[in-house]
Design a binder for this molecule. Structure first.
Ligand SMILES: Cc1cc2nc3c(=O)[nH]c(=O)nc-3n(C[C@H](O)[C@H](O)[C@H](O)COP(=O)(O)OP(=O)(O)OC[C@H]3O[C@@H](n4cnc5c(N)ncnc54)[C@H](O)[C@@H]3O)c2cc1C
Length: 201
């Protein structure tokens, strides 16, 4: 951060990057609030539009302008229910910030992460989550690498969840996946408000 020298935000929030008179793109902050002087973003550049082009063109030392923080997809620490995190590929970014933030704050992590990518290179932070499972016995990590689409995430969530009474879900990725996961969880008795989501595309 150059000006202001730091940014206070909540894990899960995003920055808005202006890319033209009428074009902005949102990027979730991958780093945690503990690092308020230096933010990390993480992008999938495959979509190939202006946001991807901007990311590809970034050079070391280049000054970047953005507005922040935005968004209500944040972890509620006063909610006693067990969180189920569901991420589709780059949708992991806000969830990564939430999980590492909880770990940094010394919360006893009792959470499940279900994470799909088409192949291993589409699972950023996978090794970090594996390390987290070794450190935090309450953290259950279910990576899924499979061709096809993220519809598989909904089927896996259906197989994984038996009781929704003590559950709150945080779902991030594409709209089709979010709808499918929400449908499955609601069919299991979870109310609509207990499925929180961030739609990237
Ligand atoms: C709240 C929020 C947070 C976001 N955080 C991130 C982030 O942390 N990292 C990140 O990479 N992107 C993130 N995005 C998506 C990002 O804003 C851009 O949409 C993305 O970078 C593509 O921009 P583009 O201009 O290259 O392509 P566009 O021209 O905007 O999109 C081209 C097409 O690809 C689709 N699309 C966009 N992204 C994806 C994707 N990842 N997979 C499949 N299809 C896609 C779009 O719906 C569109 O149909 C976020 C979006 C929102 C709303």
């Amino acid at each position: 951060m150059e000006g202001p020298p730091e940014l206070s935000f909540e894990a899960g929030q995003w920055v808005s990057v202006p890319l033209g008179p009428k074009s902005v793109r949102a990027y979730s902050i991958a780093s945690t609030p503990r690092s308020s002087h230096r933010l990390t973003l993480c992008a999938d550049v495959a979509p190939g539009g202006i946001g991807s082009g901007w990311f590809r063109g970034l050079a070391v030392g280049k000054t970047v302008e953005f507005k922040a923080p935005f968004g209500g997809f944040v972890f509620r620490r006063d909610d006693p229910r067990c969180p189920l995190f569901v991420a589709e590929e780059i949708g992991i970014v806000p969830i990564r910030s939430m999980l590492i933030d909880l770990d940094e704050r010394g919360f006893e992590l009792s959470a499940t992460l279900l994470y799909w990518g088409r192949d291993p290179s589409w699972l950023p932070y996978h090794h970090e989550f594996l390390a987290l499972t070794r450190r935090c016995p309450g953290f259950a990590y279910h990576p899924m690498v499979a061709a096809g689409d993220a519809g598989r995430l909904a089927a896996r969530a259906d197989a994984l969840v038996s009781d929704t009474r003590d559950l709150v879900a945080y779902v991030s990725g594409g709209g089709a996946m979010i709808d499918a996961v929400r449908e499955v969880l609601m069919a299991r008795g979870l109310d609509r408000k207990s499925v929180r989501w961030e739609k990237f595309w």
